[in-house]
Design a protein around this ligand. Structure first.
Ligand code: IMP
Ligand code: MG
Length: 179
């Protein structure tokens, strides 16, 4: 375990098993369709790559980079599009793939954006859901795990760009961000 990790929440094995299960739900929902998966950089990249390999429907893959957080653990309250998708979403079934829903700010903005652009449907797949932190009226359509209000790292999730490559999800020691 990484020295800055207080405890492991989900092991690599637990993650793979649950990701496969949720991808199964998505396969059933999109049977006969060709959804456009939009991974939100960078946090969802590891989850996204495991998830789409479990899809049996012919999905397309695109990426978007946004930021609602600065470099720390506190939300800045402004969504910036740093990289937009290449695809035209008009008439498409869009699946947003996110690492974690916290306040819901990022996803409520993104969902509204894809709807404005004329997507025929927009659904959300998230790895983690911090329900108790919600400030915006948004729920995932597919969720792997509910978690408590703790700052987590690994499997793509970072703190100051560190820990993304950990193969598990762990709780970050509070002394790391209180420093
Ligand atoms: P929201 O817009 O408040 O829902 O924040 C979502 C974004 O905040 C996620 O995509 C993450 O980048 C970041 N975030 C929220 N909680 C955590 C955490 O516990 N660990 C790492 N990143 C987090
Ligand atoms: Mg993120």
């Amino acid at each position: 375990m990484d020295v800055d990790c207080e405890r492991v929440l989900f092991s690599a094995g637990q993650l793979h098993e649950r990701v496969r299960e949720v991808a199964g739900e998505v396969n059933r929902c999109y049977a006969g369709k060709r959804p456009l998966c939009v991974g939100i950089l960078k946090g969802s990249v590891i989850f996204c790559s495991d998830f789409i390999r479990c899809l049996s429907v012919p999905a397309e893959l695109d990426f978007m980079a946004v930021s609602s957080y600065g470099s720390g653990a506190v939300s800045s309250g402004k969504l910036k599009i740093k990289k937009d998708i290449d695809a035209d979403v008009k008439g498409r079934d869009v699946i947003i793939i996110e690492d974690i829903i916290d306040s819901g700010f990022t996803l409520s903005n993104l969902k509204a954006l894809f709807n404005e652009r004329g997507a025929s449907s927009v659904r959300i797949v998230t790895l983690l859901n911090k329900k108790s932190r919600r400030e915006y009226d948004i729920q995932p359509d597919f969720n792997c795990f509910d978690i408590e209000n703790e700052f987590v790292i690994g499997y793509g999730l970072d703190y100051n760009e560190k820990y993304r490559s950990l193969p598990y999800i762990g709780v970050l020691k509070s002394e790391v961000y209180k420093k």
